[in-house]
Write a new protein. Structure first.
Length: 367
């Protein structure tokens, strides 16, 4: 039977009332061919997430409607393997509520590391593209570190880097720092060309269901975006990851680790959304970005530089070239088509920009 998770937003959560609601759901679920399995409660955020086996979304909604009238804000169908990867298995329950090993509520937060790595390569053939996008030795090293912090690697074929998920913020943060430390060590004293790399790490945190249609969609997107704005060898953490980990205890001299605040996160989301929506528009530039966001050019420059460490012009260029790398990997487009897709009228200028960023000609790795 299909698996679903729903999302409720409640102003003041009373645990006993939630348990009664769950019992009411179970009392009528058979009528609709539904099984309410368990749920997560986050009193701080005012959120409740129910895990449900049901024939369809409508059946999930009908049970809630008849049992107590509290309709979910969103219901998403989830793939069992993906759900288990993020939420875990064999949970400890207290009248249906998921609790952690310490007996405290599992608040359903999960933390995602997005690790962008590309090799500084002398690639001359399309087959060398894999070493540009994700060199083998750094990948193996990261895969060896992740399990030490209870992390699980997430296969995302739309992403050129590495993704991994953690249940605890501290474990995610410590894993990110060890990966950073080990990669920097090998960059400084490389055994061979495999360690001639550039890498950036983003750490996002969030809850399973929002108004998006996919489980942890916003958390994964946030982690990937934070990795894009990080400097070479830097970790950038989200506001939630900062608050719920021991990041504040790190030495102030730890300059390769930074976190963004809640307001910065909101601005960053707007910045990425507008840029990505206009990626193929060759006329899209800083002036248009200012207009879309509704701030002056000096204000935009100050905010973008403060958060991303680069100018708005460079930010737009980097988003375009990152997309170009993904399109080259898909092996479906020629360079002229890729250039147009990311807003470059001139394939030759696109090729120049690509080489400036990645150190290799696009024509060397594209079909």
């Amino acid at each position: 039977m299909p698996l679903f998770m729903d999302y409720h937003l409640v102003e003041e959560i009373d645990i006993d009332a939630v348990k009664l609601g769950h019992m009411a759901d179970k009392s009528v679920q058979d009528k609709y061919g539904v099984r309410y399995l368990q749920f997560w409660v986050n009193q701080e955020a005012g959120t409740i997430f129910c895990l449900i086996e049901a024939p369809d979304k409508e059946a999930c909604e009908a049970v809630h409607q008849e049992a107590h009238g509290n309709i979910a804000c969103q219901i998403v169908q989830v793939e069992s393997g993906f759900y288990k990867l993020f939420m875990g298995e064999s949970h400890q329950l207290d009248d249906g509520i998921v609790v952690g090993k310490d007996g405290d509520l599992d608040k359903a937060y999960r933390y995602v590391l997005a690790i962008d790595i590309w090799g500084i390569t002398k690639a001359t053939l399309p087959k060398d593209l894999s070493e540009l996008i994700l060199p083998a030795k750094p990948k193996i090293l990261i895969q060896e570190i992740i399990p030490s912090y209870q992390g699980r690697e997430v296969k995302d074929y739309d992403y050129d880097g590495m993704l991994c998920v953690f249940t605890q913020a501290d474990e995610a943060m410590e894993c990110a720092i060890e990966i950073q430390t080990e990669l920097l060590k090998r960059k400084e004293n490389p055994e061979d060309e495999s360690w001639n790399i550039t890498f950036k790490i983003g750490l996002g945190g969030g809850q399973p269901v929002t108004m998006s249609d996919h489980l942890f969609d916003e958390t994964i997107k946030l982690a990937r975006r934070l990795s894009l704005i990080a400097g070479d060898g830097e970790i950038v953490a989200s506001n939630i990851a900062r608050r719920l980990s021991a990041m504040e205890e790190k030495p102030k001299s730890f300059s390769s680790l930074k976190a963004i605040q809640s307001a910065e996160e909101e601005f960053l989301e707007q910045l990425f959304n507008i840029t990505e929506e206009n990626l193929s528009d060759h006329a899209f530039n800083v002036e248009k970005l200012c207009h879309e966001i509704g701030i002056s050019r000096p204000q935009l420059y100050r905010k973008v530089t403060a958060i991303t460490g680069r100018s708005p012009v460079t930010f737009i260029r980097d988003i375009r070239l990152n997309r170009a790398l993904s399109l080259i990997k898909e092996n479906r487009y020629n360079l002229s088509e890729i250039a147009l897709e990311i807003g470059y009228n001139s394939p030759s200028y696109f090729s120049k920009c690509f080489k400036d960023k990645y150190g290799v000609k696009a024509s060397s790795v594209a079909v």
